[in-house]
Ligand binder design. Sequence first.
Ligand code: GLU
Length: 576
Amino acid sequence: MNKPLLATLFILIAAPTWAKQPVATGYGGAVATISDPASQAAMRILNAGGNAIDAAVAAAATLGVTDPFSCGVGGGGFMLIYSAKDKKVITIDSRETAPAYFSPQVFQKNGKEMEWDDAVPTGISVGIPGTVRGWHEALSRYGSMDLARVLQPAIAVAETGFKVSPNFYRINQLNEAKFARFSSTSALYLQDGKALPIGSTFRNPDLAATYRSLGKGGVKAFYEGPLAAQIVQTVNTPPVVNGVSVLTGQMTLNDLKDYEARLRQPIHSTYRGLDLYGMAMPSSGGIAIAEALNILEGFDLKSMPRDQVEHLYLEAARLAFADRNAYVADGEYTDVPKSGLLSKAYASERAKLIDLKQTHGKVAAGDPFLYQDDPSHPLRPKAALATEPAHTTHLTVSDKQGNIVAYTFTIEDWGGSGIVVPGKGFLLNNEMTDFEFSSPHPNVPEAGKRPRSSMSPTLAFKNGKPVFSIGSPGGSTIITTVLQTIVNHIDQGMPLGEALAAPRLSQRNGDKTEVETLLKFVGSPQAKALEQYGHQWQEKDEIGAANGLQFNPDGSTTAVSEPLRHGGGSAIVQRK
Ligand code: GLU
């Protein structure tokens, strides 16, 4: 038997399984994801000698099987890698990109913006998927195993299948109408037009075969050849059921062939002695989190009661969001005032707008251009806030060498465009609806451009040593989830697990602050205390199932996932 095959058998059979838990502390490598099979896949790769990058791709591929409505090879994402050897943070941008036919009018009909819901389940919403190219870049530059090897655990899960959980069912059911439009999607995820029942076994042999072909043919097997042709055909002629017609895309084989993942400089900022690294444009996450923290840094939060800290957190998020909505987009297409938005002097100006006792209500964007390295800037775009839903997944892995990965990836809406590539077992994204639908705005659709994102994988260091990693799904609530978790952890002294499990409050410069029914926030003493500041609530079921790692002073690592959200996540450490 050849060596790789032997190794694979070891990974799949001889390895132990771990009981699912949301928090685990130990030594060596650690992983936290929202899916137990995905965390197990990462741990098997670590135990077989892989590094954090290998294990992260293994977990991501498995999430593509177990959480297919949030992520997969039909989408894109952002990966932060800390390379222990190079003492350096690298970011890989595998964001979906607009095909060459795109123009600022692509989401308009008779000169008017299309409804967001109408734009999603169409061929137009599908951007060129970046995930496979991202995995390729990560593995070939920083990994130690090849794609074929790290895909093995995911292939096993896709073939063996798993029991449909209440959470899988909940999301599938919410998408019944969208999925029913497409024959390939109904065939995979519906049974007589209804979501697969809880407890039934879901297998995805088509996805297993797709993963096998990627293992064999590498990145080219996705971006060139028969699979590429099939993706193009699916986007341009979606497999609709009788009686349904949808807008079709005009993607080309060259769009796929020319797709590039970008290695970008991370956003670097500081907060109370920590060095924070976040995702740069086209994500707005790194910049918005840094701006909000810069605003908060001017307040002595440690001396304040919890309700006042949370009031200030909400107001800082509001101010940062006003700027993010107005100015941040793909930096290759628009002059984003990045240095102004990140400047501490600008943050102190913004902080002056905060009333310690009363919410400000909606605020206007500021003028970061005055704080730019080069302040002679012509562009003052309008602020706008298109619909931004809340899905996606985040995972994080570390290894015994000290490498760390924080990776958020997505197909945008739950179920993406709703279009499964026939016979291939994966859904195509609707990431193009993250663009604004009308100009002038920096985030309008343009050929080759990447839509603004909120995904915020984040790494924190103190004196050059890792302190924590954090990230979340949840559309634009990702930014507030990561920000609030940092404030809970750093300013309120909560261990990372507690900081992440606490009720989320998401203020994105709206009239009301979003909170969760799952955590029964409304009516709680915490809610009542904040109502004294004038805050009002808007409930949704839950906000962002986050995952993180805390690197403890004694050399151990605590992996933290969700106790409740998204059905609960899975944290595993290599050695107790
Ligand atoms: N499209 C979103 C973004 O890039 C992620 C999807 C979501 O979380 O809803 O920010």
